[in-house]
Write a protein that binds this ligand. Structure first.
Ligand SMILES: C[S@@+](CC[C@H](N)C(=O)[O-])C[C@H]1O[C@@H](n2cnc3c(N)ncnc32)[C@H](O)[C@@H]1O
Length: 271
């Protein structure tokens, strides 16, 4: 494809999602967008770039953007954040009025493994009054998360066998989350770049393995927007390759806890 075509698709994807596509990602455009070219009977990527210039090509623009998201996820990914969650939730609830509904946001939840992992931790802790809100830009993954059905391969990644047996029911070659877990979760399509103020306060936010796709100004903007929805004593989990350093002054790292950030860490002078 020509440089102009690449630049215009990259600009569209960046504007719609924040995802930065550098020229070395051209191979990715080719592999991920070929099914769209075939379905739309468009000869090549330059033809697609031209078609996307039409402001009426909204659903095509959406399909292209979603095809360029990376939806890799697994249960209890990276382990440590969930160990921290097990420790922090009882403390958090002790500091809240009786009957408080614990609100957890899994922002960029992909197919839902993160949200269901949180639901299992809360269930093991006996926390019944909770809402786990999973959101993602991609319609397909949100639908899959809502369904709560995982392949054998997916349940084998990170989900301990005893948890699988306790919280999932086998349906032929797939595993469906039990109603108890599904009742704790709610999934919605949502762009991290949109206005989140109407969502209210969250006690805990997971925003992992998505900021890596953004440039620093977009990372800062998203972190500030998420921090604004976080309770004063809340915590935010980022992915292992992500940080708040130099991006926001609303969150600080919790000392000794990899990937855990909090507004309170700043007040305590711990950042
Ligand atoms: C690699 S997955 C991470 C899933 C999960 N958080 C985890 O760590 O396992 C990244 C997800 O971010 C989503 N994403 C990318 N840009 C987004 C945006 N602007 N708004 C919401 N979700 C976005 C993608 O659709 C994808 O499902």
């Amino acid at each position: 494809m020509n440089a102009e075509g690449f630049a215009s698709i990259a600009a569209l994807v960046k504007a719609r999602s924040g995802i930065v596509l550098t020229p070395d990602k051209e191979y990715m455009l080719e592999t991920r967008l070929t099914p769209i070219l075939k379905a739309e009977k468009i000869a090549d990527l330059d033809g697609l770039a031209l078609r996307l210039r039409d402001p009426r090509a909204e659903s095509l623009a959406r399909a292209v953007t979603e095809a360029l998201t990376t939806n890799e996820s697994s249960f209890f990914r990276d382990g440590k954040p969930f160990d921290h969650l097990r420790r922090i939730v009882p403390k958090m609830l002790a500091a809240r009025p009786a009957g408080h509904k614990l609100r957890v946001w899994s922002a960029a939840c992909s197919t839902g493994q993160e949200a269901y992992s949180v639901a299992m931790v809360l269930s093991e802790l006996g926390v019944r009054h909770a809402e786990i809100f999973g959101t993602d830009l991609s319609r397909d993954v949100v639908e899959r998360a809502r369904e709560g059905v995982f392949t054998q391969f997916e349940v084998q990644r990170g989900l301990p066998v005893q948890m699988m047996v306790k919280y999932f029911r086998q349906e032929a070659a797939r595993w469906r989350a039990v109603p108890e877990l599904r009742a704790m979760t709610r999934f919605e399509e949502r762009n991290l770049l949109s206005d989140h103020r109407m969502l209210g306060r969250f006690d805990i936010v997971f925003c992992r393995n998505v900021l890596i796709y953004f440039d620093p100004p977009t990372k800062g903007r998203v972190l500030n927007a998420l921090a604004a929805q976080l309770a004063g004593d809340g915590v935010m989990y980022l992915g292992g390759a992500e940080t708040v350093l130099g991006l926001t002054d609303r969150l600080g790292a919790l000392p000794g806890e990899r990937g855990v950030y909090a507004p309170a860490a700043l007040r305590a002078g711990a950042a």
